[in-house]
Design a protein around this ligand. Structure first.
Ligand SMILES: [Zn+2]
Length: 372
């Protein structure tokens, strides 16, 4: 059950408004995020770290941290303190009028912490699956099971399944399976992975308990192939240039370029700039300028003398540093944005138009990605 008995200070109540209920609905009494020991001995407090573009809400002992809305990052909680609970089961389903049950693996990756971003109006909104969307997982309404996730794989061992994210950013997550679920996974060569903050998987006793998982924004899902199946398939040749391209536009401007690096940690703007400067070491940079006319969604800088331009943008899954190919002011719709970006890429790299797919983005913006 989500936590109910928690100390929340007035500033947090004022900042979150009716979304406080949504935040508390995603938190469970696991371990204190300051000391790592179980919650429950003394009153539990809700602490919020507002890093500007990203906000983290987590639980602590009242004796370890007072409830407060803090604009600075005070010692980021040790990831090892976060509790992940998992469960594996058979999910009934249908395909073309015939029963098509699937092996389902459900994980809540952090009982005691949830991440928020700001919506278009600048209000904090629960974005509990920050990072997982970058690995290709999608909400239950958007998800398709026609293709397995590219960088996530599952292994069957003895009585369990282990899900590994090749990025190393999450997990590995272990799921104990009954024989029926195990055999179903083996027969399909795949499992359905669901990452949720809507329930504590250890409290799930039957299918009715899963209703909150399938609604709302607190769950993302994807099809995960078994490692044994993946190994048996011939390698598909990858893109030729090994470049990740990014195009992003908002109501005021559009830019396109090549991804230099991605930082999935929740960093303050100052720390993100320091990270970017480290990645651009050896280049003398002009001061960072705010990016985004409607409100800062990131920063841009120009290399002195060479004039190549870089943008540093905060997305729902962390910061991206992009070397710009082109940038233009004005309003643009999606078909024209795609056409503009493809033309600029062709001009710069001399290759045909890229295949763009949507991905993590900033407030009020649309971002597409392509590999070439
Ligand atoms: Zn504590």
């Amino acid at each position: 059950m989500a936590i109910t008995d928690v100390v929340v200070d007035d500033r947090i109540r004022a900042e979150l408004g009716d979304r406080l209920h949504q935040v508390l609905g995603c938190l469970y009494a696991g371990n204190c995020q300051t000391c790592g020991r179980p919650l429950g001995q003394v009153p539990t407090t809700l602490s919020v770290s507002d890093l500007g573009s990203a906000i983290a809400a987590d639980l602590h002992h009242a004796t370890c941290r007072l409830s407060a809305w803090r604009e600075i990052q005070i010692t980021w909680a040790d990831a090892h303190f976060r509790t992940s609970h998992t469960i594996g089961f058979v999910m009934p389903g249908e395909s073309q009028g015939r029963p098509d049950p699937r092996a389902m693996l459900l994980v809540n990756p952090s009982l005691e912490q949830v991440v928020l971003t700001r919506d278009r109006g600048g209000r904090p909104t629960v974005q509990p699956n920050v990072g997982f969307q970058a690995a290709g997982l999608r909400t239950p309404l958007e998800v398709g099971f026609d293709r397995p996730l590219a960088d996530v794989v599952a292994e069957l061992r003895a009585d369990r399944a282990v899900v590994v994210f090749e990025s190393g950013l999450f997990g590995p997550f272990e799921f104990v399976l009954d024989q029926e679920t195990y055999e179903l996974a083996a027969r399909h060569g795949s499992v359905v992975l669901a990452v949720t903050h809507a329930v504590d998987p250890h409290a799930v006793r039957g299918l009715p308990d899963l209703a909150p998982v399938m609604g709302g924004q607190a769950t993302v899902m994807g099809l995960v192939e078994l490692e044994s199946v993946r190994r048996g398939r011939p390698n598909v040749p990858g893109p030729d240039l090994g470049k990740r391209l990014v195009v992003q536009w908002d109501p005021h401007e559009i830019w396109a370029g090549e991804l230099v690096d991605h930082q999935a940690e929740l960093l303050s703007d100052a720390d993100a700039k320091a990270w970017a400067e480290q990645r651009l070491a050896g280049r003398e940079l002009h001061p960072w300028e705010p990016l985004g006319a409607a409100g800062p969604v990131g920063w841009s800088t120009v290399v002195k003398d060479l004039h190549n331009q870089f943008v540093l943008v905060c997305h729902s899954d962390g910061w991206r540093l992009v070397e710009l190919y082109a940038r233009s002011q004005g309003t643009i719709d999606e078909p024209n944005a795609r056409a503009w970006a493809s033309e600029e890429i062709k001009h710069r790299l001399g290759i045909p138009a890229a295949v763009w797919t949507p991905g993590p983005t900033s407030i009020d913006a649309t971002t597409l990605y392509a590999a070439v």
